[in-house]
Design a protein around this ligand. Structure first.
Ligand code: SAM
Length: 279
């Protein structure tokens, strides 16, 4: 069985030369529109590194498209053989078709279509966690991808998407994770589900907040930590802030009103995880 529970099937190889091939149109739709990604439960990740990350982490792979250069590349051929053994359709495409699929002039030579994995609030077990980051209505896919990558880097457990968030499977978000998407569990939930989870959370529940009265370097953070971050424009909703036991602030010296969301998350994460990180 694949991770998605579908029966294992052995894949095949198909040459694609026409831009109007239905699979090319399907991939274009997945790149361009959230609606297509939500309806199909699929998404696109560009590049051989991400293909290797996805395959190593056992994600379901539907298609692996190879441009001309990938066909002489042993690493790309190995990825294609693994994907094919897991039931993927391998697409051998021209550079022009790879360009059309990804809507890029300079396409990557390997492009994969994978099955989405998204947890719900009920799937989160704080007892086996080091740290989760909860994002209140994150809007920017680059910020989201960067945060997923940073959570991976500090040995965090996962990222919660609370309320109406940007799509973690948008191409820009996936690209910004640099492959960490395949290693960091993501959970989507409503604000009420988040508040219920925060109430029963066994460790420190803290939010970064511009009105926070506690220096972020002061607390003795107890694992599992739940670090809550506000929306890029509006900050954190009041009732979400009330669900946290402390509001921490990162001191600033110059004229900037605030830090960028992903930067603030990184600064807080490195402090919270400081004693666990060594060169
Ligand atoms: N105008 C928004 C506000 O009033 O909160 C600014 C939001 S800021 C760009 C996005 C998020 O990053 C904030 O909600 C907070 O979680 C975090 N953040 C940014 N700078 C911070 C700082 N100096 N201290 C604590 N949190 C910060």
């Amino acid at each position: 069985m694949t991770q998605s529970g579908r029966p294992q099937r052995i894949g095949a190889v198909k040459q694609i030369t026409s831009h109007s091939n239905p699979i090319v149109k399907e991939i274009k739709g997945l790149v361009a529109q959230r609606k297509h990604r939500s309806q199909s439960g699929l998404f696109v990740a560009e590049g051989l590194k991400l293909a290797n990350d996805a395959l190593a982490a056992g994600w379901g792979v539907r298609y692996l498209a190879l441009g001309p250069e990938a066909r002489d590349n042993p690493a790309a051929q190995k990825a294609a053989a693994t994907a094919k053994a897991r039931g993927a359709l391998i697409l051998e495409a021209s550079t022009a078709v790879m360009s059309a699929m990804t809507r890029k002039d300079n396409p990557q030579t390997v492009v994969g279509v994978y099955e989405q994995n998204l947890l719900g609030a009920q799937d989160i077990d704080p007892e086996i966690a080091t740290l989760w980051v909860a994002l209140d209505r994150v809007r920017d896919p680059g910020n989201l991808g960067t945060i997923i990558r940073t959570v991976d880097a500090v040995g965090g457990t996962g990222v919660m998407l609370v309320g109406d968030c940007t799509d973690p499977f948008a191409v820009e978000a996936v690209r910004a994770t640099m492959g960490s998407l395949f290693h960091v569990p993501l959970a989507r939930m409503s604000k009420d589900e988040f508040k219920a989870l925060a109430r029963r959370w066994p460790g420190t529940v803290t939010a970064t907040h511009l009105k926070g009265s506690v220096d972020y370097r002061a607390p003795d953070y107890q694992e599992p930590v739940l670090l809550v971050m506000g929306n890029e424009q509006k900050g954190l909703e009041d009732d979400m802030a009330e669900a946290c036991s402390t509001l921490i602030r990162i001191p600033q010296a110059g004229q900037a009103d605030s830090l960028n969301l992903a930067v603030a998350t990184g600064v807080a994460l490195y402090e919270i995880r400081r004693k666990h990180l060594e060169l």
